[in-house]
Design a binder for this molecule. Structure first.
Ligand code: PMP
Length: 405
């Protein structure tokens, strides 16, 4: 069990009565709040250790490099990557997926090849593949959702063919909370020789992820959804693939030698980290990973699961509510609508009660189309949320809805 009282004390954002912040923060799938340990780390880095990495021979620069590379080590350990050189620092999931699309797929694919995704993707794992298909002449196919809003995995041979060169899939849906059978699908993808890419933006913050067990070729996630700073994310890639790829961006840091006419490349992972990286942010993410590991990821998952079940039981007291992901949902993500009330109106009223919930298409317009709506309301939980906060949400929702009736 998580010691929530003690956890909440670590989050200055949640301090009641500061007059600025919502008291109940339920938009964690979008971004999480940061514990004091991460804030202090960033502050300390800028006050005491700030220097550029991999460049200076002076002590401070070496210390900054050590902290930055140490963060890489922590993250490799967190997702059980075999080698640190598999971990590339990016700006986030979006940049990580674009790196694979531009530096692998757009170099390799040709007309006749197929890119396979799913109907459940966040736009970050959809739009880069649409662009890649256009540029290369490859075709873009997808595994559709069935009536239960799950991936139709019954006839995989309908989707995977010998021409499937890349298979990109969301691990856990940000708008439906569904957890996909990625390991099984990756195994299948390998039978046709496809390269596999997992969007782990929502899975890594909630659950222990093991990239060796998944055996994916690439795995992407964002630091800011797991207590870390914005502007930092991860692309995990199998070393042999990363080594075979051309750079994504170019300039300083990513080179070995440069003449006026040509250049050679640095080793991985630095070949993919052109320019000055997000040093303090990487160090902050390392601290966030320490924080989560101290809590234990199984305990984190259990807490989020329990809150979800509690909220799903209680949301039924609200008249006219339609929950899109009620069944077996322990994901920490609940998408719903209330009859006759636009979700934006609901969110604005709740904001007056200092409750932050998310509304919109959640960067998943194809899912909204499938649901037949333009937007849903979404509540999403993290380690610092409590059942009391859920009670407050439903109390306020009831009085808001009375106003509408
Ligand atoms: N994939 C999923 C499943 C997400 O939830 C998000 C963020 N909402 C992203 C990708 C994009 O992450 P970022 O904006 O941090 O790049």
């Amino acid at each position: 069990m998580l010691d929530i009282d003690s956890i909440r004390k670590d989050f200055p954002f949640l301090e009641a009565g500061n007059g600025k912040n919502p008291l109940v923060y339920f938009d964690n799938a979008s971004t999480t709040q940061k514990p004091i340990q991460v804030l202090n780390k960033l502050d300390q880095f800028y006050r005491e250790s700030n220097a550029n990495v991999h460049r200076g021979v002076y002590r401070l620069s070496q210390q900054a490099t050590e902290s930055y590379e140490n963060a890489r080590k922590k993250i490799a350990d967190f997702i059980n990557a075999k080698e640190e050189r598999s971990i590339i620092f990016t700006r986030g999931t979006t940049e990580s997926i674009n790196l694979v699309a531009y530096a692998w797929a757009q170099q390799q694919l040709k007309p006749g090849d197929e890119i396979l995704i799913t109907e459940m993707e966040h736009h970050s794992n959809l739009v880069p593949w649409q662009i890649t298909a256009k540029r290369t002449g490859a075709s873009l196919k997808y595994i559709p959702l069935n009536d239960n809003l799950e991936l139709d995995v019954t006839n995989l041979e309908n989707y995977f063919t010998p021409n499937t060169k890349i298979f990109a899939i969301i691990h856990k849906s940000n708008s439906l909370g569904k957890i996909n059978p990625v390991q099984q699908l990756i195994e299948y993808a390998k039978t046709v020789g496809a390269i596999t890419v997992v969007d782990g933006a929502q899975s890594v913050p909630h659950t222990a992820v093991d990239v060796q067990k998944l055996d994916c070729d690439f795995f992407a996630c964002s630091g800011h959804k797991m207590l870390g700073p914005t502007g930092i994310g991860i692309l995990y890639g199998k070393p042999e693939l990363l080594e075979s790829m051309e750079p994504f961006q170019s300039g300083g840091e990513m080179i070995d030698t440069v003449s006026m006419t040509e250049s050679t490349w640095n080793d991985i992972p630095w070949k993919f980290e052109a320019g000055t990286p997000s040093i303090a942010q990487a160090v902050g993410l390392g601290e966030a990973v320490d924080y989560l590991q101290n809590l234990n990821m199984q305990t984190v998952e259990d807490h989020i699961g329990e809150l979800t079940e509690y909220a799903l039981e209680n949301i039924q007291q609200i008249n006219g509510v339609k929950v899109y992901n009620q069944e077996n949902n322990r994901s920490g993500i609940i998408s719903f609508n209330v009859e006759g009330v636009h979700p934006h109106d609901l969110a604005q009223f709740l904001d007056q009660d200092e409750i932050a919930i998310r509304t919109g298409h959640h960067c998943t317009q194809p899912i909204m189309k499938k649901l037949g709506v333009s937007a849903t309301a979404r509540i999403s939980f993290y380690i610092y949320n409590t059942k009391d906060e859920i009670d407050k949400l439903f109390r306020c929702m009831k009085s808001t809805l009375n106003y509408f009736n």
